[in-house]
Design a protein around this ligand. Structure first.
Ligand SMILES: Cc1ncc(COP(=O)(O)O)c(C=O)c1O
Length: 448
């Protein structure tokens, strides 16, 4: 069949070359997940209130939260030097980064959902056992009586690393026992850091999906175990969604308007889809069709993109919940946070229809962008977090990206009033030696 410029490029996807898909390019198969009904604006408001109730306790538990009075948030920064190094001209809009790589507690976006699920569980247990009332001073939860209760429970999670760091750190701080099931991709320093906090780290030889499955099985046998299920958890998802209102305040404070003439493009590194899905859902509630959330995955692990393509003839598999192995990809990437073979159906059900587009990026590009982020703006990020930097190029310089823009009525005007936000999802805690090796690799690839 002749290949027209607006088709999805299946051959490139299969060969591990970068691709862009935009909404409308293939028919989107809707996915059902019963938990999707729990994702509502009212539920996000409850998350916001819960974080506020816990803020004084968080400020007491974590030195890094004293200044923000217990609020877990990150800056939004313009990055003009990096914008120019990436070749995004000012008449295509202004590039910002959302600096979740500096988020307190876990140094990654996972601090949002991960801390939320742990405090929600702690609150439920404390209310059930009469330790607090909803209007109490939650600093009582640091008292020996509360810690004795929490110490009877295990909070467990399966993770490629960063979710484990967030859950393990938060659970240990409250006095829970913490158990983190880690996949083979997880970096040693993440395991060492957790063990130093007293977290029980279980190493699995398989991938992320098998670590999650093993953790889930273990937890099912223990009534005193709360399992944080990265593939299904509404509590995690809502914790990420809560980020949207803060970003909206930051954009407003920076004078960035978002409307039909001022589109907002947000580039979100994607693993199982919970973090980017929650953020995309939250941003859509605020901005509707004026926000364009675009997910970024490694060429070896495009599980969310495959879920978006499921049911179309762009994939050589009829699997309605496809895995990257189904199409011969190997899920091997240095972007350990994104090394996920199968998407979360909850994230696909809730966020799939809201996603503007999705693209893939090679590891070599991740390292080059990691290097550029350091040398132009002093941003210290891990490889996964660099995935968003390919976004503007994939959107503006590929036929499929331009097709999406044209379909949105954005194809003819210059985009000088647009805001592009690359979500930096992790990096602050990477040890120096590892980070220097990342920078060196990027430098070599750049030929510097
Ligand atoms: C640094 C980083 N970025 C992005 C993600 C993607 O989040 P999710 O798996 O919820 O899609 C992860 C997940 O662990 C991560 O560690």
């Amino acid at each position: 069949m002749p290949h027209t410029h607006t088709e999805f490029n299946t051959a490139d996807l299969l060969a591990g070359r970068p691709v862009f898909w935009g909404q409308g390019l293939t028919p989107l198969q809707t996915v059902d997940d019963p938990a999707a009904d729990c994702i509502t604006p009212a539920a996000i408001a409850q998350v916001q209130q819960r974080f506020a109730r816990f803020a004084p306790l968080m400020a007491q538990l974590f030195d890094g939260l004293a200044e923000s009075e217990g609020v877990i948030e990150s800056p939004l920064k313009p990055v003009p030097q990096l914008q120019s190094a990436l070749g995004l001209s000012p008449d295509q809009g202004a590039l910002y980064v959302k600096a979740d790589h500096q988020l307190p507690i876990a140094g990654s976006v996972k601090a949002r959902g991960g801390t939320h699920e742990v405090i929600e569980f702690a609150e439920r247990m404390a209310l059930r056992h009469g330790l607090i009332t909803p209007d109490a001073d939650y600093r009582e939860l640091a008292a020996p009586r509360a810690r004795a209760l929490f110490g009877q429970y295990t909070v467990a999670v399966g993770s490629t690393g960063n979710l484990g760091l967030a859950i393990g750190t938060m659970a240990a701080a409250l006095g829970f026992r913490a158990e983190v099931h880690m996949s083979a991709d997880a970096k040693d320093w993440k395991k060492r850091r957790l063990r130093a906090l007293g977290v029980h780290v279980v190493e699995h030889p398989g991938d992320y999906a098998s670590a999650v499955a093993a953790g889930r099985r273990n937890a099912a046998e223990n009534p005193y175990c709360h399992f944080v299920d990265d593939e299904h958890s509404t509590s995690l998802f809502l914790g990420y969604a809560n980020a949207a209102s803060h970003l909206a305040q930051q954009l407003e404070a920076s004078g960035r308007v978002v409307d039909a003439e001022h589109p907002l493009f947000v580039y979100l590194p994607c693993g199982v889809g919970g973090a980017p899905g929650g953020i995309a859902y939250g941003l859509h509630l605020i901005y509707g069709r004026h926000v364009h959330c675009i997910f970024a995955e490694p060429t070896a692990s495009p599980c969310f993109l495959m879920q978006l393509l499921a049911g179309s003839n762009a994939l050589p598999t009829n699997n309605t919940h496809p895995s990257v192995y189904d199409i011969g990809l190997n899920n091997r990437t240095e972007a350990d946070g994104l090394a996920v073979p199968q998407a979360s159906l909850l994230a696909a059900a809730v966020a799939g229809p809201k996603v503007a587009g999705s693209y893939t990026v090679t590891d070599d590009t991740l390292f080059q962008h990691l290097y550029l982020a350091q040398t132009t703006e002093g941003l210290r990020i891990e490889p996964s977090a660099a995935a968003g930097f390919s976004g503007p190029g994939m959107l503006l310089d590929t036929a499929q990206g331009r097709h999406y823009l044209a379909a949105q009525g954005l194809g003819t005007e210059p985009l000088c009033q647009a805001t592009h936000v690359a979500w930096l999802t992790g990096g602050m805690l990477v040890p120096d030696a590892e980070y220097e090796a990342f920078v060196k690799r990027g430098m070599a690839l750049k030929g510097v």
